[in-house]
Design a protein around this ligand. Structure first.
Ligand code: ATP
Length: 351
């Protein structure tokens, strides 16, 4: 099932939760909606689900209007962070629920229900828990059962809202891989909401980065990480070294001095330079070179890495940046260094 969201906006009173959002979800892909709290991820998911409606815009499933179809008719399966299983039902009965709740004409017979539930429990690798009650399961097991229950109705679309949000970090990591593999097997068009960038980068085919009700960028994990299109995406995904600079006379300047970077056709004016900490080289300072100058303020050594906190600029424009440094050199606090971004992105500051 292909999903298209076209110019969708949603307001709550004066507050715009979604602002003309356009999104195409390809059939069979696993798409992550990633963004900070309040960026509109859940609102967008609820609109696709049919649990909420946009004030303007359209939602189409395979090119057909979905907004006129109620949630029950959209063939959508859900898993939410706190989607409680029915406490008084066994795992088996929880998974069978969607099948038993079908109208009589569509309801499979008891043998068929048993066959399908067993198959789903095999799929989530928890058949051995079929006779347990939800209270006798771990958090991770509950979410896997919730997923089996969502899949029981053979949905065309699977929507997951922070499905692993309430679990501890280690369980979460395991379940991420598990979800990735499961999706490879079942290949149903899936959208999952997360505010955890690591989760999105590891699991998703494509990531939709959202902020303040709009989409900042859509791309593969590689694209959004290596080629962020906006300052927000650069800072939100992965670590960033951030420097306020000024472009003038085909030079990038920090604190009034050129820093050895050519702005490549960028208009003069205030800008911000972003780099990944591992893309910045540090060398002992030499007199006369045109690099950024700094002083080592602190050194941390975590595992094989060496990370330096470096203060650059003078008192008016000083900045502390953190950079991964070569272990083969000796660094000491108070040392004068040259700082050179080898890979970077320059964005003009918006007026
Ligand atoms: P989180 O990661 O915290 O769940 P989110 O990106 O999913 O955030 P949404 O739940 O979509 O964000 O909410 C977007 C904005 O819309 C928030 O500022 C929220 O307060 C507001 N909002 C959501 N639902 C309602 C509502 N029913 N009434 C009023 N405001 C709402």
């Amino acid at each position: 099932m292909r999903i298209s969201v076209i110019d969708a906006s949603k307001r709550f009173g004066d507050f715009t939760a979604l602002d003309r959002v356009n999104l195409d979800v390809r059939s069979g892909e696993l798409l992550a909606l990633l963004g900070p709290s309040g960026s509109g991820k859940t609102t967008l998911l609820r609109i696709v689900a049919g649990l909420d409606w946009p004030d303007d815009g359209q939602v189409q499933f395979d090119g057909e209007d979905a907004l006129s179809r109620p949630a029950g008719k959209r063939r959508v399966g859900f898993v939410f962070q706190h989607y409680a299983l029915f406490r008084h039902m066994t795992v088996f009965e929880n998974v069978a629920f969607g099948l038993r709740a079908k109208p009589r004409a569509e309801r499979p017979g008891e043998t068929e229900i048993r066959r399908r539930v067993d198959k789903l429990l095999d799929l989530v690798q928890l058949r051995w828990l079929a006779e347990r009650y939800p209270a006798q399961l771990s958090g991770g097991q509950r979410q896997r059962i919730a997923l089996a229950r969502a899949l029981a109705i053979e949905p065309k679309v699977l929507l997951l809202d922070e499905p692993f949000g309430s679990l501890d970090a280690k369980v979460r990591k395991g379940l991420r891989r598990w979800l990735r593999n499961l999706h490879r097997e079942i290949h149903v068009t899936s959208i999952f909401v997360t505010h955890d960038q690591e989760e999105a980068l590891e699991v998703a085919d494509r990531i939709v980065v959202m902020d303040k009700g709009h989409i900042e960028q859509i791309g593969t994990p590689q694209q959004v990480y290596s080629n962020p299109q906006t300052p927000f995406v650069h800072e939100f995904i992965g670590e960033s070294v951030v420097l306020p600079v000024f472009v003038q006379d085909n030079q990038v300047r920090f604190d009034g001095r050129p820093i050895g970077i050519v702005p490549k056709g960028m208009a003069d004016g205030a800008a911000t330079l972003f780099a990944r900490p591992f893309d910045v080289t540090i060398l002992p300072a030499r007199a006369g070179d045109a690099d950024l100058k700094g002083v080592v303020k602190r050194i941390h050594g975590i595992g094989p890495a060496r990370r330096l906190e470096i203060e650059i600029g003078n008192e008016q424009a000083s900045r502390t940046i953190e950079i991964d440094a070569s272990r083969s050199r000796q660094w000491h606090v108070g040392q004068a260094v040259s700082v050179r971004p080898e890979q970077y992105h320059l964005f003009p500051d918006r007026l």
